[in-house]
Design a binder for this molecule. Structure first.
Ligand code: RB5
Length: 146
């Protein structure tokens, strides 16, 4: 497994710190793109650097957290090669890997417990992409060239 990339805003900071403990306990390396405190901040300032690092192959996968998960997910998915998936239970985490080959896991820090987030992270990290018809669909996600 490569180095995992992490980011959050203030609303996701506590869960991001918890995830760092989980990754360390599992012997996984990570790079934290911030934020680095619970002070109010703007999620795009941290989502864009994570997205660029995933696209460059410097980290994989990414894990991102904001309050609802939506703002940070919207920002990440502006990047052409990012497939960020908002997950709030392990079933969705499994399907976004198996069917969507998601390369960034996004969670809603204000709406998920640490215990549930742990299950989501473990499922996301260990579920392979199924390929096949799902690869064909993924290939159609980018806006076609004119
Ligand atoms: C911050 O208050 C909150 O708006 C942010 O974390 C996120 O939920 C936005 O989508």
């Amino acid at each position: 497994m490569n180095k995992v990339g992490l980011c959050s805003d203030h609303a996701g900071f506590a869960l991001k710190e918890y995830i760092k403990q989980l990754l360390t306990a599992r012997g996984l390396e990570f790079e934290d793109f911030g934020t680095h405190s619970s002070a109010s901040c703007d999620y795009p300032d941290f989502a864009h650097p994570l997205a660029l690092a995933v696209e460059a192959g410097e980290v994989y996968p990414g894990i991102a957290v904001c309050g609802t998960g939506n703002g940070i997910c919207m920002t990440l998915n502006k990047h052409r090669d990012i497939r960020a998936a908002l997950c709030w239970n392990p079933e969705i985490a499994a399907l976004c890997r198996a069917h969507n080959d998601a390369n960034v896991l996004v969670m809603p820090g204000r709406f998920i417990s640490n215990e549930e987030a742990e299950k989501v992270v473990d499922t996301f990290l260990h579920t392979p992409f199924e390929g096949g018809r799902h690869q064909r669909r993924i290939d159609k996600i980018p806006i076609p060239e004119k």
